[in-house]
Design a protein. Structure first.
Length: 448
């Protein structure tokens, strides 16, 4: 390992410069917020970087949602496997600049961490791939396919459609999805499960229009009160998610997620308790979770002394492996319809579902990767779940049922991905690059 380690370490100053260049692109795939040219320029930068790292040919392919997928390939030597290395170069919008301690699109170092939008999610993972490829001198000994997505954060499905349209571009024995992270800095962790998603928008109507709260308040059915009462049925008083007909007693058998660390990671205010009766690991990785994403009702400022005739809420239901996402959405709809109070009229709009995902952990690729991670970090490898969804995993699993799909990355909890002051620990980039290079070298030396 010493040669790989020394090469990657010597390459870290270049990696920092590259990450700074990449973070500077305002590559949000939404022309209402940033010009499309920002994403195009980022895609072109990624293409040039992979070519420079030794990938034989790299193309920019426009997908159905207008984003550019960067897809490159170095053919496998005879008898050698092919490994697909995935990341994405698009990022979440920065949000309120005032909430950042430095410019979001300018890589800034503070207390040993590198700050900037996309520094971790997912441009830091892309730089990790480049480091690993360069550490092997452009001769990994296996086939390499690189894929950098341009619209992952908006979930419009361009890359999933490309997998369906041109599966030959993605054919591989092992697929490394670099878009997750370790349980903590220095704790090598492989993500083995992803929760799916089954959202709905529920609307409650009770009156023909607003009426005076002084004249009619009391017996007049308040739509907002009805919605509040309805939403309350989705949580037990201890905070557990409750949806009739939906199993919610599953347990997590991988790494623990200590409550004190979760409180810090999530920014829970002092004195405020955690919701639910289970362990944190059970709650975020193994069980359904219902979140109220938003409510439409009269605003506080400017509100009148009137009873609301209508109110709506958007509900986010996260679905763990073992539960069908469509069945979960059906259960949520049935629950809402059966619990609406006072005979209020209820309208439910279903959003597109996303299925949960469970990775195989019994293949040679998984074994080689976990061995490489353990060697690079000098610690045993843990397994964790991911509360979020990566629809691409299911698309690839359906297209290539015999391929091993493994998930890892630089996005440990301190990164605060999607939030102001997103950052990455450069040691995570370095150690993961060493691990990925060792992993590729091991596969090249295997008899597969």
């Amino acid at each position: 390992m010493s040669d790989v380690r020394s090469i990657v370490a010597a390459d870290m100053p270049r990696a920092r410069r590259e990450l700074a260049e990449l973070v500077a692109f305002r590559s949000v795939h939404d022309e209402r917020q940033f010009p499309r040219e920002e994403c195009v320029a980022a895609a072109e930068w990624v293409r040039a970087a992979f070519l420079d790292a030794g990938i034989d040919s790299v193309d920019l392919i426009e997908t159905t949602d207008g984003s550019l997928a960067v897809v490159g390939r170095t053919p496998a030597p005879v008898g050698a496997p092919t490994v697909l290395l995935y990341s994405h170069y698009d990022v979440q919008p920065p949000g309120e600049h005032a909430l950042w301690d430095s410019e979001p699109f300018e890589l800034t170092e503070r207390d040993g961490r590198w700050y900037g939008r996309g520094a971790a999610d997912c441009k830091g993972n892309l730089i990790m791939h480049l480091l690993a490829l360069r550490a092997l001198g452009g001769n990994p000994g296996v086939g390499i396919t690189v894929v950098a997505e341009g619209s992952e954060e908006v979930g419009t499905g361009g890359l999933e459609a490309l997998v369906e349209q041109r599966p030959e571009l993605f054919d591989a024995n092992v697929i490394v999805i670099a878009d997750t992270g370790n349980a903590a800095v220095g704790q090598p962790t492989v993500t083995t499960t992803l929760r799916g998603i089954a959202n709905v928008v529920v609307r409650v109507d009770t009156l023909e229009g607003e009426v005076h709260s002084g004249m009619y308040g009391g017996p007049a059915p308040d739509a907002l009160a009805a919605l509040v009462q309805l939403l309350a049925t989705l949580r037990h008083e201890n905070g557990d998610t409750v949806v009739d007909g939906l199993e919610s007693t599953q347990t997590w058998d991988g790494i623990d997620y200590p409550a004190n660390r979760f409180r810090s990671d999530a920014g829970v205010l002092e004195g405020v308790g955690l919701a639910g009766s289970s362990s944190v690991a059970d709650a975020v990785w193994a069980r359904p979770a219902l979140t109220i994403l938003g409510i439409d009702c009269a605003p506080v400022v400017g509100s009148a002394a009137a009873i609301s005739p209508t109110a709506s809420a958007r509900l986010n239901l996260r679905v763990p492996p073992g539960i069908d996402a469509q069945e979960a959405q059906d259960a949520l709809v049935a629950h809402l319809e059966s619990h609406v109070p006072w005979g209020a009229r209820i309208t439910i709009e279903r959003e597109a579902i996303g299925s949960p995902f469970r990775a195989r952990t019994d293949g040679p690729g998984y074994a080689a990767l976990t061995d490489a991670l353990s060697e690079a970090f000098g610690a045993p490898v843990a397994t964790a779940g991911q509360g979020g969804s990566i629809p691409l995993c299911n698309a690839l699993a359906e297209a290539f049922p015999t391929a091993e799909i493994v998930l890892m990355g630089v996005e440990e909890p301190q990164c605060r991905i999607h939030a102001p002051n997103e950052s990455v620990d450069p040691s995570e980039i370095e150690n993961l690059a060493v691990a990925e290079a060792l992993f590729l070298r091991t596969l090249a030396a295997s008899d597969r």
